[in-house]
Design a binder for this molecule. Structure first.
Ligand code: ADP
Length: 312
């Protein structure tokens, strides 16, 4: 495959704040790449560096060119903070943005794609938060881009609208559009992305397909028991530790859940709920990008991924 997007050792600081600390990545044509990471990790700065809208050092190439010189007809961009004129209807807005390109799609077709046909004549300021965001996504689609940057496209969109947008992005990717998106929604990243990159403190600490990330960093399946029982008082054959109001028992196969229940009963410990959990991308995120809320982050895992690149 040909790389649509290549970044090598991209760095950007604002005063003493290092927003990007040497990011290298490559995204192939037709690939969906999801960038995840905590607030302040550098995601928006990276999108800006990749789109040539901030001064960064290192090398960025889009379709083989400097991002500032690339044919803008081929690139769509939805910034995180995008605030279009409010006293225009959804259709007028899309028509306005379509008019900025030599070759653009019909505004009504784009409105249909983002599920806004019924609201085409509503002023932007009277649309709901989710409808506004979908209108904004539409503005990034009017030029039928080959490469689409979406910075948190589904923030504020309700679950049904989000799923509709996921379907749309999947069909765009199936049609060959390269998509680079940032998100805080791990289900979204897992569902849409061929590869997920996790950014922490301006560094890409892991990049892989979501299933591989879960296998490598997600930890074991586990049983979460809402109880105040002390693990030391239980006769368990599985590692257990307390996390907040819960007891977390690791490595328990589903068929052995009854053994844990029996151990609780034998110790006279009551419990309110019991949940068996498979590791998922959220566990990967908590494992690699820190866990400020103090929630359970997997048994005995080192925060090795936060170590500088090359030291692992
Ligand atoms: P994210 O999108 O992951 O939340 P950002 O790229 O917005 O992260 O920010 C990365 C870091 O750079 C943060 O510490 C942020 O405060 C800082 N930063 C971003 N943009 C600016 C700016 N224009 N001026 C000063 N600091 C900035």
């Amino acid at each position: 495959m040909t790389a649509t997007l290549v970044a090598e050792d991209v760095r950007r600081s604002y005063g003493d704040t290092v927003a990007l600390d040497g990011v290298s990545l490559s995204v192939d044509a037709g690939e969906v790449f999801a960038l995840v990471g905590p607030n302040g990790a550098g995601k928006t700065t990276l999108v800006r560096a990749l789109t040539g809208t901030t001064d960064a050092t290192g090398t960025v190439s889009v379709f083989g060119s400097d991002p500032r010189r690339v044919d803008r007809e081929r690139v769509g961009l939805l910034p995180q903070a995008f605030d279009p004129p409010k006293r225009l209807t959804a259709r007028e807005l899309l028509s306005y943005y379509a008019g900025l390109y030599d070759d653009s799609r019909d505004a009504d077709a784009v409105l249909a794609d983002v599920g806004l046909s019924d609201d085409a004549d509503t002023w932007y300021e009277n649309l709901s938060g989710g409808q506004r965001r979908r209108t904004c996504v539409g503005t990034a689609l009017v030029n039928d881009p080959d490469l689409l940057f979406l910075d948190e496209p589904t923030t504020g969109i309700d679950p049904a609208g989000r799923r509709a947008l996921w379907d749309l992005l999947e069909s765009l990717a199936d049609g060959g559009t390269t998509v680079f998106l940032t998100t805080h929604d791990m289900a979204e990243a897992h569902r849409l992305a061929d590869r997920v990159g996790l950014l922490a403190d301006g560094r890409l600490v892991a990049v892989d397909d979501p299933d591989a990330l879960v296998r490598e960093y997600g930890g074991e399946s586990r049983l979460v028991v809402e109880t105040d029982a002390d693990p030391a008082a239980l006769d368990l054959s599985y590692p257990a530790e307390r996390s907040g109001d819960s007891l977390v028992v690791s490595d328990v196969p589903p068929e052995a859940i009854g053994d844990v229940v029996d151990a609780l009963a034998a110790a006279g410990a009551s419990y309110d709920a019991l949940t068996w959990k498979e590791p998922d991308l959220e566990d990967v995120y908590l494992q690699l990008a820190g866990n400020p809320a103090g929630d359970y982050a997997g048994p005995d895992r080192e925060r090795a991924a936060l170590a500088p690149e090359g030291s692992r």
